[in-house]
Write a protein that binds this ligand. Sequence first.
Ligand code: NDP
Ligand code: MG
Length: 400
Amino acid sequence: MGCDVNRAQRITVLGATGSIGLSTLDVIARHPERYQVFALSGYSRIDELLALCVRHRPAFAVVPSAEAAARLRDGLAAAGCATEVLEGEAGLCQVASASEVDAVMAAIVGAAGLRSTLAAVEAGKKVLLANKEALVMSGALFMDAVRRSGSVLLPIDSEHNAIFQCMPGDFARGLGNVGVRRILLTASGGPFRDTPAAELLNVTPEQACAHPNWSMGRKISVDSASMLNKGLELIEACWLFDAKPSQVEVVVHPQSVIHSLVDYIDGSVLAQLGNPDMRTPISNALAWPERIDSGVAPLDLFAIARLDFQAPDEQRFPCLRLARQAAEAGNSAPAVLNAANEVAVEAFLQRRIRFPEIASMIEQVLDQEPVVSLPTLEAVFAADQRARELSREWLRRHGR
Ligand code: NDP
Ligand code: MG
């Protein structure tokens, strides 16, 4: 990191207008002596991005199009804010890799975040990884780039941040060499944890997005409802901690107080607990290896009173089974799973398909698309595009 230990760290927040982006800015604003915003990005919420620029005064803001850039520039001029506006993927990669930047929060949702997240990794930045889809799509390339560049990769996903906190400092030597038997990945079970299979046919996007414990963006909320999110997290855990899929067990824990656990060969099981508020893992990663105040209330164990655990139901939640199969197949299978899911979730949110059809669509696309190795980023995007095309074909075939 920077050699001047006394200056504030400069942070780029990709996906600043989203749920993780806003929580990140909340933490940053609590510590102006430690952190300074270097760049922010938004996509559709340009007025919100303008307000964030006025509040945090970044050097750069990135938007997707010339039209959005013109609108943002007008607003910035009217507010007397000197932020420079950049456009498109090139702009995202520029602010992710700029030499002035110390850390990058990668919080764009979906495959759209892959190039800019990788740009931050390749530039050797400290990367706070929320965009799990990037790692799922291109795990081998991504982790190779981390090793080559010396980038410090810190997980933001609450489960992976919990696992990171429960692992010994030298876990990169291999789980077997540091006495870890397995990782216990907790899942809330989402809003449909106890919904009978027959009723899942008629659930709405609003119900799917009403998560009982966490407030999140719409895509990850639907993923949590289908438990595909836990499947993506299983793949994410394999890459981050160099684990085999068989070393990661999913445990349904409805209260979302334990964020995951690490099981050691001597019988010790270490867990990380906390209120379900993303500002805790964000603060942990921002300040690592130090600790800072996150604004999260202290955990009240007496109010929580009990912690429950149950096995996941892969009959009602086939997405979890499909993701485990993709994790075991490796190569292009996780990228195909991810792309089919992105198309399916969008179609579900637009009410073009029913909730259980998310899994049907992913399963058929996985069956149709051969598993191939993905040695380059071009190969990753080609697999992603083929899977999206097969998913759109599925929609056409079913008249949607
Ligand atoms: P949101 O939908 O709330 O935010 C997504 C962000 O990405 C917004 O800033 C959005 O801009 C931007 N964006 C959307 N599409 C594009 C695109 N095509 N190109 C560039 N930018 C784009 O999502 P979340 O904050 O909930 O999630 C972000 C990531 O973090 C996801 O990968 C998710 O899986 C992960 N994550 C989230 C958690 C949570 O608690 N929310 C927990 C763990 C992981 P705009 O809003 O302006 O359109
Ligand atoms: Mg999570």
